[in-house]
Design a protein around this ligand. Sequence first.
Ligand code: NAP
Length: 273
Amino acid sequence: MKFAVYVKTPELRNDERLSSMLSALVSAGAETYFIETAGDLREGTGMLLSIGGDGTFLSASKRVGDSGIPVLGVNLGRLGFLSENDIGEVIEPLLAGDYSIEERELLKVSAEGLAPDRYYPYALNEVSVHRCGSAMLGVTVALDGRKLPVYWADGLLVATSSGSTAYSLSVGGPICMPESRVLIIAPIAPHNLNVRPLVVPDHSSIDISVHSRDGAFMFSMDNRTETVEAGTRLSVSVAQFSLKRVRLNKYNFVKALTSKLFWGEDVRNGAEQ
Ligand code: NAP
């Protein structure tokens, strides 16, 4: 197989653990090559290896775009939730074909008046709007054309199931099993006692308009940000293509929640009942 390799931090290219992993692939008859941009992907590439943390995985998902090339996350970063595989434990299952490909939904955002070639409009974790000055935002969301009460907040996000363990988690959103076909709409620091994250079907169309006394606001798609004038309308929906993510068969989502995010950790666990 032909493997493309993406590292966000250039120094990692010389990491000994990475070199020995790539040598093992080459010894088994595979071809490997490094990429920086989507344009570097070669015809016939069977898989992209994303080497780093989740931030790298998000950038790797932009590199493959709608090419259908699956991405395997190999952790050399910090948390490594999307990119959960330890570098020493990848070669054996990879060469044995002991993995499956899962489809992860992506979001597509279009911003009124913003040239589509100015930004890459897809996100794996979330699309979020934020204040860019000191003033609070008034965020109006129309769900399939029906308006929700205005959110008075620092911002708002629309997250996928993949993104439910990222920013959405920090604003009190629910954790979704990766195969759940839902989106989460959640305010960021709302100035209300009575708003909660809302879970909606993935076929929803979500229109967002933002009022700000600062005259502008920012919107982010995962780790990329644009600044636009207040009043700019955003439309968010599930993209027409998904990200193919390589999942080693030994992977267990609940185990990842406990080992990476310490879900359910309690001094009573393991004690006699
Ligand atoms: P970053 O701010 O440097 O790191 C964000 C942290 O979130 C990293 O520890 C990253 O893991 C982790 N992460 C990213 N996607 C995740 C996922 N799906 N599940 C669990 N953890 C995840 O930014 P970045 O690395 O470029 O990533 C951009 C993402 O950061 C955004 O999409 C957003 O979700 C998140 N973010 C969160 C907050 C917040 O929680 N208050 C604020 C801004 C942005 P690694 O350490 O493995 O890279």
